[in-house]
Design a protein around this ligand. Structure first.
Ligand SMILES: NC(=O)c1ccc[n+]([C@@H]2O[C@H](COP(=O)([O-])OP(=O)(O)OC[C@H]3O[C@@H](n4cnc5c(N)ncnc54)[C@H](OP(=O)(O)O)[C@@H]3O)[C@@H](O)[C@H]2O)c1
Length: 337
């Protein structure tokens, strides 16, 4: 299995031909994607719809799981080769029903881009009893990928949307549901986004031997529906909007925000860097645990720590009843006599 030492080596900065203002169309220009099959969660708004637009334009067949099916169908009706199916990521039973449908309809999947997410929500538990940001952003995606893992083709990639919000918190293994600590919506978001990054580490460690790789991304700052739970005063105080409601010009557009995820899904230079955290269609390196400036980029060690990724994997297996790539793990655990 991959060690933290290896992850830190893979996370060394990598400059590419792309950057902060590259768009979804820029990063997949020239990539041969026609005929591939993809699942894109959250693919009906914000960064997700720009991801789907770029993939559909490149000839990829895309399934978009949606908790609001009619809204998704209306948003996507003009894009070719895109279908919508019902799924609520916050409910593991709903995710299981979706993956059962995929298994009936498709024999292989080449790309899973886990864009969907909720941020800074009021405290709520999922039907299975998990704090909702952890349950939706992480466990829902673990169950999705776990439910179709054996359909992933050789060369397939899984991209997990993390965030610089991971700076707020490691996974709080002793109190994931805030039963002891007072609930803080931003700490809960940070925990969930760290989990999104660790999922890529854990998945790549188990799937790479089958030619399947996983990566996490910070897409940049983009004004979308994600901020729906933030009061206007907080948006103003953080400088995300001005008094007239205009977004800070330093924010990316949605098409720019979708670039890094698509770059991670397709870039050949990432083949030997499985599990890394990407931003601005590049890799920015590791920052100290107490680093707090989101503008510099970089990932905290707790989000690429292989031991934390294993611990999260075991917890997720127990929570979902799914144990994807179990054979790969048992092979690595075999101790020679
Ligand atoms: N925007 C930023 O500045 C920023 C920065 C860093 C990271 N990110 C990450 O980027 C990702 C996309 O964010 P965005 O800005 O595009 O936000 P967005 O416009 O709010 O899109 C989020 C999508 O996720 C879907 N979703 C939420 N809960 C779901 C559930 N329980 N089941 C199924 N779908 C669900 C939403 O569907 P509904 O509309 O039906 O709720 C929506 O389609 C998120 O993972 C976020 O953490 C964004």
């Amino acid at each position: 299995m991959t060690t933290t030492h290896e992850m830190i080596a893979r996370q060394q900065p990598l400059e590419t031909e792309f950057g902060y203002r590259s768009t979804a169309a820029d990063v997949i220009s020239g990539r041969d994607l026609a005929g591939r099959r993809a699942i894109v969660t959250g693919g009906y708004s914000g960064l997700g719809i720009e991801t789907v637009r770029a993939l559909a334009t490149a000839g990829v067949s895309v399934t978009v799981p949606a908790r609001r099916v009619e809204v998704a169908e209306a948003a996507l009706e003009e894009l070719p080769g895109v279908e919508v199916a019902a799924m609520d990521l916050g409910d593991l039973d709903s995710v299981a029903a979706f993956t059962a449908g995929v298994r009936e309809a498709a024999s292989s999947i080449d790309l899973v881009i886990d864009v969907a997410g909720i941020m800074a929500t009021p405290f709520q538990l999922t039907p299975q009893g998990w704090e909702s940001q952890f349950g939706t952003n992480h466990l829902g995606h673990f169950a999705l990928v776990g439910g179709i893992a054996d359909l992933l083709s050789e060369g397939a990639r899984v991209v997990s949307y993390s965030s610089v919000g991971h700076y707020r918190s490691p996974v709080l293994f002793d109190d994931i549901n805030f039963e002891s600590a007072t609930y803080d919506p931003w700490v809960a978001y940070g925990q969930a986004k760290t989990a999104n990054a660790l999922f890529a580490v854990g998945l790549d460690a188990r799937a790479a031997s089958r030619g399947i790789h996983a990566y996490s991304v910070h897409p940049g700052g983009i004004m979308t529906d994600l901020q729906r739970h933030m009061p206007t005063e907080e948006l103003l105080q953080r400088g995300w909007v001005d008094a007239e409601g205009n977004p800070n010009p330093l924010f990316k557009t949605a098409a720019e925000g979708a670039a890094t995820g698509l770059w991670a899904a397709t870039a050949p230079e990432l083949l030997d860097r499985g599990g890394v955290y990407c931003e601005d269609s590049s890799i920015k390196g590791v920052v100290a645990d107490d680093h707090s400036d989101p503008a510099t980029g970089g990932v905290k060690r707790w989000a690429i720590d292989a031991d934390a990724a294993d611990r999260l994997w075991d917890l997720s297996v127990a929570a979902t009843g799914l144990d994807p790539f179990r054979d790969a793990r048992s092979a690595t655990l075999t101790v020679p006599a």
